[in-house]
Design a protein around this ligand. Structure first.
Ligand code: ADP
Ligand code: 5GP
Length: 207
């Protein structure tokens, strides 16, 4: 039942984690299992990995194009991460939220802090690997990065973990099904907030 006088707006979820902790896997699984969730496809100057599709995993752009988008204010946030630039499209995120979709941002800790400044209601969620050893193993098993890249990403992991106090929710990605379920529970519970429910029902005639 909809109420024409109000429009339900989606929520913004920031998902951060050290590289290899499993956030892309969890986000994709969640999207398959949960209606009305959208993934914000970032722009990046990183080269595509084997199997990555332009416009699906990322919008792969040159450094020049990226910087011109920065100058035009087209990103809500952007940051240099592990030696490449990544940014979140303002227009795309705002359009998806306006359609009532809950939007997932798979972004790093620097980006998360910028988003929280602009969208104070954004929910910050940090995915933790069960251990550093497991993180390293997952990066190696993924088979997409050079030894040098893996080293850099592991070094950065401890710096990223320094930010966990700023995150409202922590999810341990030990079992994929459990971790995806935890993320889904947070999203579904927040959809029951009074203001969101009242935006989608009409109580006319009842109260
Ligand atoms: P991130 O997006 O955080 O860099 P990925 O989603 O690419 O990480 O996951 C890194 C690797 O770990 C992938 O090969 C993925 O299949 C694997 N992986 C993710 N979650 C789990 C899990 N719970 N158990 C075992 N392997 C996992
Ligand atoms: P990867 O190269 O493994 O896909 O991503 C590297 C890191 O960049 C991850 O921590 C990921 O969350 C982050 N990232 C991806 N997109 C964005 C973005 O738009 N903004 C920011 N700040 N970080 C991003």
């Amino acid at each position: 039942m909809t109420n024409n006088s109000k429009q339900e707006t989606g929520d913004l979820y920031v998902i951060s984690a050290p590289s290899g902790a499993g956030k892309s896997t969890i986000c994709h699984r969640l999207m398959e299992e949960t209606p009305d969730v959208a993934f914000s496809v970032s722009h990046t100057t990183r080269a595509p990995r084997k199997g990555e599709v332009d416009g699906v995993d990322y919008h792969f752009v040159s450094h020049e194009t990226f910087m011109s988008m920065v100058d035009k204010g087209e990103f809500i946030e952007w940051a240099e991460v592990h030696g490449n630039c990544y940014g979140t499209s303002r227009a795309s995120v705002i359009a998806m939220m306006a359609r009532g979709l809950d939007v997932l941002l798979d972004i790093d800790v620097q980006g998360a802090m910028q988003v929280k400044k602009i969208f104070s209601d954004a929910v910050l969620i940090f995915i933790l690997p069960p251990s550093l050893k497991v993180l390293e193993q997952r990066l190696r098993d993924r088979g997409t990065d050079s030894e040098e890249t893996i080293r850099l990403r592991l070094e950065n992991a401890s710096k990223e973990l320094e930010y966990i106090d700023r995150y409202e929710f922590l999810i341990i990605n030990d079992q994929l099904i459990k971790a995806t379920g935890d993320l889904q529970s947070i999203i579904l519970a927040r959809r029951c907030r009074r203001e969101r429910v009242l935006a989608r029902v009409s109580l006319e005639g009842l109260i």
